[in-house]
Design a protein around this ligand. Structure first.
Ligand SMILES: *Cc1c(COP(=O)(O)O)cnc(C)c1O
Length: 474
């Protein structure tokens, strides 16, 4: 008796399941469940989204331009968004949602912030791309170098994928070594060598995670366990003198939110130094979010190279990689390591990034994000417990995941023990109630500065019904 209907199936089945649970004799929170059932019966009209999705599927693979948008992990059909402002998204059918997705990270000051919009409009009036250097690139580089403690030089690219791919090329060039060590459950974009799942154990070589990635590419990626320094040491010992770099999300955000255990990042620094490998922090999510200087400032651990993206582009396509000057000076044309881009340092993207980072420099911003994040996390934990649903809420500042399991969730294997069916019911009920969460158990919700206390309290109220729906669906 699951509300977890496959994509496109009749969602009316969900209301039926809820009422039959009541007749099975559950009395606890019955009123709340009725309210949930009523909400699902009065569900939002989504005709226009559905029509667009049907048509999109005949033109775009799976109807979307990035896979998780299709809601396959949670059931139901995606909503096509018509516009967004502040903390709200509005879909093409006119339904409004409190946004906790934040476009997967960039929208930390909320949507269509007037300062960001006018910076983009001003830039657009001066032309959209020159293929020659422009002042915004230097200004944004200044801000990055000022805020990120261990970034001395930075190169702009157009996505986080490109940033990570380029940082690895540089690390291999600088060390003359081939292997890369990454962590199970960490995502660094979709370049071939990084699309590698863990093998059966920490000491096995990587196996391709996708058709099209060759065994040779996968074999150059070693996979260790997050928060487990022993697994890193074992791989470095087994491949002595061959590992160019350890790449890690200093706060993991792509297996659900998992903070680094005490001493984990410092331990990686020591292991990398002992092995002669470089340490790369992938701060595509954490950069400018968990603190003004990202995770490297928050935890006080020095990476050799840092990759960035998301917030840095303020909602336009941007990535960047940077770090030690002696390493970055090897990048073309200063040095021999080739890397280029037609739209790298695009003036609109630089303007949006600068405007966003300027807003983030206002006093109290990170305190506000922390306070909103804490209020949301404790509200959700309390609502789950009141509904009798066991969850583990992991949070770092404005990033969080509600794992549907008792926890603790400290790595990929423990994240996978979550009840993804339960999460699916939760997600769909929240969506119908007007809250847009990341459509997967294994992603992090993102709080923006536009999210008010009243928004948070409303999310928690809707979550009460959603947790009741989860309870009723079991
Ligand atoms: C999103 C993400 C990337 C990839 O960035 P894109 O801009 O989507 O290519 C890389 N690393 C991390 C940690 C990310 O969250």
């Amino acid at each position: 008796m699951r509300c977890g209907t496959p994509e496109g199936a009749n969602r009316g089945a969900c209301a039926f399941a809820l009422s039959s649970v009541e007749s099975e004799g559950y009395t606890r929170a019955r009123d709340a469940r009725r309210e949930v059932a009523r909400r699902i019966e009065d569900r939002m009209r989504t005709d226009l989204s559905q029509k667009l999705f049907e048509h999109a599927k005949s033109r775009i693979p799976g109807g979307v331009n990035s896979p998780v948008r299709a809601f396959r992990a949670v059931g139901g059909d995606p909503r096509f968004i018509a516009r967004a402002s502040g903390s709200r998204l509005v879909d093409v059918d006119g339904n409004e949602y409190i946004d906790l997705l934040g476009s997967w990270g960039p929208m930390i000051v909320g949507h269509a912030h007037p300062a960001v919009v006018s910076a983009i409009a001003d830039a657009a009036r001066r032309g959209t791309s020159y293929g020659a250097p422009s002042p915004g690139e230097v200004r944004l580089a200044d801000v990055v170098v000022e805020r990120m403690p261990w970034v001395e030089r930075v190169r702009m690219v157009s996505s986080g994928t490109e940033a990570c791919m380029s940082a690895l090329r540089l690390a291999r060039a600088a060390t003359g070594r081939s292997l890369i060590l990454k962590f199970e459950g960490c995502y660094h974009g979709h370049s071939d060598g990084l699309l590698v799942k863990a093998g059966s154990g920490a000491t096995t070589l990587g196996v391709p995670d996708s058709p099209g990635v060759t065994p040779a590419q996968a074999a150059e990626t070693l996979t260790a366990l997050y928060n487990d320094l022993g697994s890193v040491r074992a791989l470095l010992d087994a491949h002595r003198g061959q590992v160019a770099a350890i790449i890690v999300e200093p706060v993991a955000g792509n297996m659900g939110l998992i903070p680094p255990a005490a001493g984990f990042l410092r331990g990686l620094r020591e292991l990398a130094d002992a092995a002669g490998s470089l340490l790369i922090f992938d701060e595509v999510i954490t950069g400018f979010r968990v603190s003004a200087g990202g995770a490297q400032a928050l935890y006080g651990v020095r990476p050799d190279l840092t990759t960035m993206g998301k917030i840095l582009g303020g909602g336009l396509p941007v990535g960047a990689y940077g770090g030690r000057a002696d390493l970055m000076e090897r990048v073309s044309p200063a040095g021999p390591v080739y890397q280029a881009g037609t739209l790298s340092g695009n003036p609109l993207a630089m303007a949006a990034g600068l405007a966003t980072l300027t807003l983030l420099a206002e006093p109290g911003v990170y305190e506000l994000l922390e306070a909103r994040g804490a209020r949301l996390a404790s509200g959700l934990a309390e609502a789950a417990s009141a509904a009798g649903v066991e969850v583990t809420v992991n949070r770092v500042g404005s990033l969080m995941t509600v794992f549907f399991q008792p926890g603790p969730v400290t790595d990929y294997a423990s994240a996978l023990r979550s009840d993804t069916q339960g999460f699916g019911v939760f997600f769909r009920t929240m969506l119908e109630g007007g809250v847009y969460l990341p459509p997967s158990q294994f992603e992090a919700a993102m709080v923006s500065t536009a999210l008010t206390e009243a928004d948070v309290d409303r999310v928690v109220e809707i979550a009460r019904s959603a947790f009741d729906a989860v309870r009723a669906s079991r």
